[in-house]
Design a protein around this ligand. Sequence first.
Ligand SMILES: [Zn+2]
Length: 390
Amino acid sequence: MRAVVCQNTELSVQDLPEPTPARGQVRLEVVRCGVCGSDLHARHGFDDWADMAEGVGYERFGRVAQPVVLGHEFCGRVAEYGPGTKRTVPEDTPVVALPMLRNRDADAIDLTGLSRHAPGAYAEQVLVEASLMLPVPNGLDPEIAALTEPMAVAHHAVLRGEVGKRQTAVVVGCGPVGLGVILMLKAQGVRTVVASDPSAGRRALATRCGADVVVDPTDASPWEAGAEKHLRSIPATLELAVGTIERMSRLPVGWWHLWRAADRAGLATPPAPVVFECVGVPGILQDLMAGAPMYSRIVVVGVCVGEDRITPAMGINKEIDLRFVFGYTPLEFRDTLHQLADGTVDPRPLITGTVGLEGVGTAFAALGDDPTHAKVLVDPRAVGSAVLDS
Ligand SMILES: [Zn+2]
């Protein structure tokens, strides 16, 4: 089968043996595979990631010098069942799967498309675990179903952000991750979603994904929307605390009884936005901590692999709630697929191009320097190396 192999930062289309499904596995014929920002990063930065993963006990992450077939955001058709599978999904049915493969010989679970032990879906065929495979429901277009994985990442980030419908959500960075977060916030019913990105192309995509307010951070502040209900400074916070006690003290009951009652009703904490950091470059966390209103929650979705500096006292002054998110749970993955299939979330604005296997290098270049691109899909059957607009 033909596959794109990444080795020593080079991408090349090679003929590899067709993979054989082991016990509990299924071979899929790949229909579409999304190009992820992590793939662009892995091409040059595999070793940094592998070192970090080793620190957390995973020693099978790809390395720059190893041949790795990338691609973890895919949809395929059932082609062959391995031994010990229930074969409940008929052959040729479109399916998606969590990108993980159990390697029974090595007693390990490998990350599909990010390890040489589990080749990914920039290929004509890919192996999946039968237990992690889900048939695409409701006649959903396999091209859209291929976005289940990245949209599950956004779904997880939004759930971890615990955004109330009346809270303001601020999405900083409108690449594919930020756009996915915007789509998921709107699907959750969050009324005010602010999107911020210096690129006009990406701001246009943010609008198409449903952002209510779109700002260019080089000439406007993302913190203005909903600002009247947010506390922006230490004096405003002190005024609120002291002023509240002064007003409560005029009443015949002890102010602490009133405060405790307000606390129980969830009214004692000042309103604050939930900020989604979807940029992932050094310096952005400190910028957000310095700019965000008091009591903001910052959800870190962007992946900054290098070191970064923050001033903890700035976070302390504002009582910033800093949360990191990673991946998704199997349930979130399944629910995301159904949200796409029932039309609750329509990720079509994200798909900006399609390429064949020969075009993966071109797609990487386009995603690296053309901000009008968000999600480029690989169609292993398409010919030529050009990125075809969707
Ligand atoms: Zn991804």
